[in-house]
Design a protein around this ligand. Structure first.
Ligand SMILES: Nc1nc2c(c(=O)[nH]1)N[C@H]1C(S)=C(S)[C@@H](COP(=O)(O)O)O[C@H]1N2
Ligand SMILES: [Mo]
Length: 318
């Protein structure tokens, strides 16, 4: 995603290269590393192998929140990604295959009855998987429609047993600079952190996705589990979650920390509120050449608008 860079002296020497040259060098480095992995179809490569949860997919579709069309091609959604831990451009899918997603432990902490850790497969055994076809709207104005598999965030909250005083749930991505190379760039406030207010987390639409296109989650899309809040800009949807913490203080989330004049906590989609540097009125579906109008709450107002009735004083749309 686009940010304004900080003061020059804070930028490491390799970042000062003009963008074009920098990207070319990255491509070259990648090309030299091309092995057989380059020939594999990304979604399938990520989903097969010894994934112990493979038998749980595909799950039954829940169409209560609509089934928007047209569906984005699997190849598009699995080769055009935002996952800054692996690099700042869209073509990180190959690098992301290095992420190991077993064993995978999620830590539940903060304002809960009793903090605990749970293995990802143990968590899967406690929830009911279903498929939902959701719209996704990145703040950069590209969009997609994809079938996620997963379970409501509500199920996770209920397992965690938060105290009545908890107001927010904060989720963080794995920190592993040896694999997630961009985490060596200390200009970014790693680990990637996002969150929802508890009432948002309990909303029917809030989803933890563990699969995509009827298979376990590809690594580049945030394996083994990531948040999906389809009425919000895509950056809310934190990937590869290892920590779920309950708190009474609103967290300052990753992009907000970097650039609070442009990105905030609520981040609800609204075509009438432009980003400071571009319009949010339209979007470009992945794989399409035409722009289409963007919808308020990304088209999910009937399910979520009520959450914001008493929050009109807040910056709800950035
Ligand atoms: N950990 C982490 N989560 C992340 C991001 C990221 O860079 N790191 N990018 C976000 C943004 S900006 C978007 S649009 C979506 C993209 O998800 P996708 O690659 O599965 O389409 O992931 C979000 N979650
Ligand atoms: Mo995004």
């Amino acid at each position: 995603m686009l940010i304004k860079r900080k003061r020059g002296w804070e930028i490491a020497e390799n970042r000062v290269t003009p963008e074009g040259a920098y990207l070319k060098r990255r491509e070259l480095v990648r090309a030299m590393g091309l092995g057989t992995a380059a020939l594999a179809v990304p979604g399938i490569a990520a989903a097969q192998g010894q994934d112990p949860s493979a038998g749980l997919y595909p799950a039954k579709r829940n169409d209560r929140y609509g089934v928007p069309t047209p569906m984005t091609a699997e190849r598009q959604a699995t080769t055009y990604n935002n996952f800054y831990e692996f690099g700042t451009d869209k073509s990180i899918w190959r690098d992301a295959q290095k992420l190991e997603v077993r064993p995978w432990t999620i830590k539940i902490s903060g304002m809960v009855e009793k903090p605990f850790e749970i293995g990802f497969d143990d968590l899967l055994a406690k929830v009911q998987l279903e498929e939902r076809v959701y719209r996704h709207r990145c703040v950069e104005t590209w969009s997609m429609i994809v079938p996620w598999t997963g379970f409501p965030v509500r199920s996770l909250v209920e397992l965690a047993k938060p105290l009545g005083s908890a107001k927010y749930v904060v989720m963080k991505t794995l920190m592993k600079p040896s694999v997630m190379f961009e985490q060596k760039d200390t200009l970014y406030p790693w680990p990637y952190t996002e969150g929802l207010a508890i009432d948002e987390a309990m909303n029917d639409l809030a989803f933890i996705a563990t699969g995509l296109y009827g298979k376990p989650m590809p690594k580049q899309n945030g394996a083994p589990l990531r948040l999906v809040a389809p009425w919000k800009y895509g950056f809310k949807n934190v990937k590869s979650i290892v920590s779920v913490e309950f708190t009474d203080k609103r967290p300052v989330v990753f992009w907000e920390k970097l650039q609070s004049s442009e990105y905030g906590f609520w981040a609800n989609v609204n075509p009438q509120v432009p980003h400071p540097r571009w319009s949010q009125a339209t979007e470009k579906p992945l794989g399409s050449n035409d722009r289409i109008p963007t919808l308020l709450y990304n088209g999910y107002g009937e399910f979520v608008a009520g959450l914001y009735a008493d929050r009109k004083a807040e910056k709800l749309f950035m």
